[in-house]
Design a protein around this ligand. Structure first.
Ligand SMILES: Nc1nc2c(c(=O)[nH]1)N[C@H]1C(S)=C(S)[C@@H](COP(=O)(O)OP(=O)(O)OC[C@H]3O[C@@H](n4cnc5c(=O)[nH]c(N)nc54)[C@H](O)[C@@H]3O)O[C@H]1N2
Ligand SMILES: Nc1nc2c(c(=O)[nH]1)N[C@H]1C(S)=C(S)[C@@H](COP(=O)(O)OP(=O)(O)OC[C@H]3O[C@@H](n4cnc5c(=O)[nH]c(N)nc54)[C@H](O)[C@@H]3O)O[C@H]1N2
Ligand code: SF4
Ligand SMILES: [Mo]
Length: 712
């Protein structure tokens, strides 16, 4: 779908940013020339510009600094152009030779067939959100592996714990929308750094600030956002539920409540009252490391943000759910707006994600009915253990796409040891020779977003988007959907749905029976580029209750949680690894390390794009001067960060941006681009969250010492 520009050589193609980011921007790709594809369609010969769509309300014409460089990614000199086979040993020094697609597909399917004769569960797909596209990442891939009988993958690595927490209190991951934050009078950025990870939300926060709103960051680290807030509350990692409980204590004690809202739309207020009575600010202060007075004043700010002085908007994000009690933290914070009635306003409430708002036809996309063998499920967040320990049957083949587990999965020591297994057959489909590719038997070149078709939903706003291909695939690269069609044919599969075209797949995604999709058709979406869900302009999902919980109310008390063997009421679950909760471990490893995302990377994506890696400079470890001085570490020194699981190196930045006792390793660097060739996941653990089976990246004790200057 394209329109003609004043320069007749150029056309603009409507596209969408594919990355794992709540903003899901609408893009315009300008192309030159005409390349006729085998099926007769005409694509651009070269993309010359990417820009944000000015008409799309959240994108507002702006792409972030990373995706503004998308052409550098698409045309990077190190782009994978051909299928390759490894020659020589697996590991960081792996070497490859180019092979044809025919040879690559034959190598893969002959191995899959051999494993399948024994037990196809020996095959494990591994994917996450390299692209968030529904067609490329969440449809035909599932159909193929279901038909094959492969092990199922539990895709938990990012957001499962938080979603599970929201599900208990609200009945789904539904909340206020980012477009309304500019009208809030109080904004809590709670475990989130939107300057880095949601720049279009930050625009709204800045506008709210300009209009007089107070903005408070609750974060162990003075992030790029925290340093621009009115107040920074440097909380101990993993203690957010204790803070929320103490806030509720004050709200109840000082009667800063919306009694009408509570009576009509909530469940279990009396029990909650008893619970929070036990959570004085003084008690929470000991756990959170904050001053009791600061907790009091935060609670009063929140409770008073009503009427003329309101509403209050809380942005929580995934930073605060990567600890042992991550789901409980989200669940507990999600109780706050129901106490004050903030949900009555479009600019009030809480936002973790908007994903569950979209009616998507998941069954039609993924076709779980093709599963024939009751396969086991393997958690992607414990890949190391899965590769090393599983016996019945062991993982014999791993097919990685849209993910870079060698770099991003916790406890890399075990992940890499597992990937080194000589008897493991690994395929990686990616645009670049990532850390994971170093362990692959076969590497397949993937298209970028400019080279394939897709449709997208968002987890920050409420629009469907289309992504039309702008240019022909670079080199011999192929999209995920194309590769799965080819693999299905070579496996001898005949189910028609394994051969659906991209547009056929996309056409079933939008569940048109649901009122939120009323008026939205695939044809219109293709034409227009993006379409808002059929929800009111001023979206207030819970203004009149309508929670998706079993009771239809905001559940302070949750019978569902009780049935899961959990506390039916909000509570605090201590981190597994902190000086307070595990003093014995803290004697050896006294510092808590968090590894939040770098502004110029998208997880490990863009880690190889020079201009962006140069902007990040090198892996840094932010330390407080108290912790640095105690270890003889000066600003700029190379340090070694270690625990019983492993070690990595980084350049110390002693500037008091991390609270004392916490160090922050800005991530995710490629192992092979880090000094010592290991990134922060060398020390993280495979322990899981209270609910949602999520990873606990930020629940991690380490010690830090001076390192010999590493050779990079
Ligand atoms: N530029 C860029 N953008 C990204 C990404 C990226 O890698 N780079 N990643 C994308 C992805 S996959 C995701 S999931 C999102 C993540 O988005 P966010 O979850 O918003 O991640 P961050 O922006 O790092 O913000 C998390 C903040 O939580 C803080 N934090 C860590 N532990 C705790 C804690 O226990 N309690 C509290 N209160 N705060 C804590 C960290 O210091 C950090 O400042 O961002 C997406 N956007
Ligand atoms: N220590 C630490 N570790 C973390 C985090 C952290 O904060 N700290 N964050 C975690 C989080 S929130 C997440 S979401 C995960 C992210 O983990 P992943 O989803 O694995 O994300 P990326 O590292 O960006 O890797 C995505 C890969 O997909 C490739 N890709 C892009 N488009 C396509 C495509 O169309 N097809 C195919 N086949 N490949 C494509 C990219 O080139 C890239 O190599 O990392 C987690 N790991
Ligand atoms: S802000 Fe997010 S959605 Fe927008 S271009 Fe950047 S990565 Fe993509
Ligand atoms: Mo994520």
């Amino acid at each position: 779908m394209s329109s003609v520009l004043s320069n007749p050589q150029q056309r603009v193609v409507k596209a969408a940013c594919p990355h794992d980011c709540p903003d899901t921007c609408a893009m315009h790709v300008t192309v030159e020339g005409e390349t006729r594809m085998p099926d007769g369609t005409v694509l651009g010969t070269r993309a010359v510009k990417v820009a944000g769509d000015a008409a799309h309300p959240t994108t507002a014409g702006v792409l972030c600094n990373k995706v503004a460089r998308y052409l550098e990614r698409t045309y990077a000199a190190d782009r994978l152009l051909h299928p390759m086979r490894r020659v020589g040993p697996k590991g960081p020094n792996a070497r490859f030779e180019a092979i044809s697609w025919g040879e690559a597909l034959e190598a893969i399917t002959s191995r899959f067939k051999a494993i399948a004769t024994d037990d196809p569960q020996g095959i494990l797909p591994y994917s996450y959100a390299g692209t968030m596209g529904i067609v490329q990442a969440n449809s035909i891939d599932r159909r193929f592996f279901h038909k094959l009988g492969a092990s199922l993958l539990d895709r938990t690595i990012c957001s499962n714990a938080g979603k599970a927490g929201m599900d208990i209190t609200l009945g789904g991951n539904i909340g206020m929308e980012m477009e309304r934050f500019d009208e809030a009078k109080l904004i809590l950025l709670w475990g989130t750094n939107p300057v880095t990870s949601s720049v279009h939300l930050w625009t709204r926060v800045t506008e709210a600030k300009r209009r007089g709103a107070k903005v408070i960051a609750i974060d162990p680290y003075k992030s790029l956002s925290a340093e621009k807030c009115h107040q920074w509350l440097p909380i101990n990692p993993g203690t957010d539920a204790a803070l929320a409980l103490a806030m509720m204590h004050v709200l109840v004690r000082d009667d800063l409540l919306d009694h009408d809202y509570i009576a009509k739309y909530t469940l279990g207020f009396e029990q909650l009252k008893e619970r929070v009575a036990q959570w004085s600010p003084a008690r929470a202060a000991q756990i959170t490391g904050l001053e009791a007075a600061d907790i009091e004043s935060l609670a009063r700010d929140y409770g008073n943000a009503r009427g003329e002085s309101g509403p209050a908007a809380i942005r929580i994000n995934y930073g605060l759910q990567r600890t042992a009690g991550g789901a409980m933290s989200c669940r507990t914070i999600a109780c706050l707006p129901a106490l004050t009635g903030a949900w009555r306003h479009a600019a009030g409430g809480v936002l973790l994600g908007t994903g569950s708002t979209y009616p998507v036809n998941v069954k039609a996309l993924e076709r779980p009915d093709l599963i024939w063998n009751k396969p086991r499920t393997i958690n992607m967040s414990t890949l190391g253990d899965a590769l090393l320990d599983l016996k019945e049957p062991p993982v014999r083949a791993l097919y990685v796409y849209s993910s870079n587990p060698a770099a991003v999965a916790p406890e890399s020591g075990k992940v890499l040891e597992g990937l080194m297994r000589e008897d493991l057959f690994t395929v990686v489909h990616d645009c670049f020779l990532t850390d994971t590719c170093d362990y692959a038997d076969i590497v397949l070149p993937a298209t970028t977003q400019l080279e394939h078709f897709d449709i997208h939903k968002s987890y920050g706003h409420l629009y469907w988007l289309v992504n039309h291909p702008a240019i022909a695939p670079v080199g011999e690269s192929k999209s995920d959907s194309e590769v799965f069609r080819l693999l299905a044919a070579r496996m001898g599969f005949t189910e028609p749905c394994l051969f659906d075209s991209d547009e056929q797949i996309a056409a079933v995604a939008i569940d048109t029976t649901h009122p939120y999709n009323e008026g939205i058709t695939f044809e219109k979406l293709k034409e227009q580029g993006w379409m808002r869900l059929n929800v009111p302009e001023r979206w207030m999902p819970f203004a009149e209750g309508n929670f998706r919980t079993p009771s239809g109310k905001c559940e302070f008390y949750s019978e569902k949680a009780r049935q899961l063997g959990l506390d039916p009421l909000p509570d605090f679950i201590a981190p597994r690894e902190s000086p307070q909760s595990n003093p014995a471990l803290a004697e050896k490893y006294p510092l808590m390390v968090i590894s939040p995302p770098a502004r110029n990377f998208m997880n490990s994506t863009f880690g190889n794009i020079k201009v962006l890696a140069d902007a990040e400079k090198e892996p840094f470890l932010d330390m407080h001067e108290i912790d640095a001085r105690a270890r003889g570490i000066a600003d700029g020194a190379m340090v070694r960060i270690f625990n019983g699981r492993g070690a990595f190196q980084a350049r110390a930045r002693v500037r008091n941006h991390a609270r004392p006792g916490v160090v922050a390793a800005i991530s995710v660097w490629w192992h092979k681009k880090a000094p010592g060739k290991l990134n922060a996941n060398a020390v993280t653990s495979q322990a899981l969250t209270d609910l949602g089976r999520g990873p606990t990246f930020y629940d991690c004790l380490v010690e830090v010492e001076l390192a010999a200057e590493a050779s990079a």
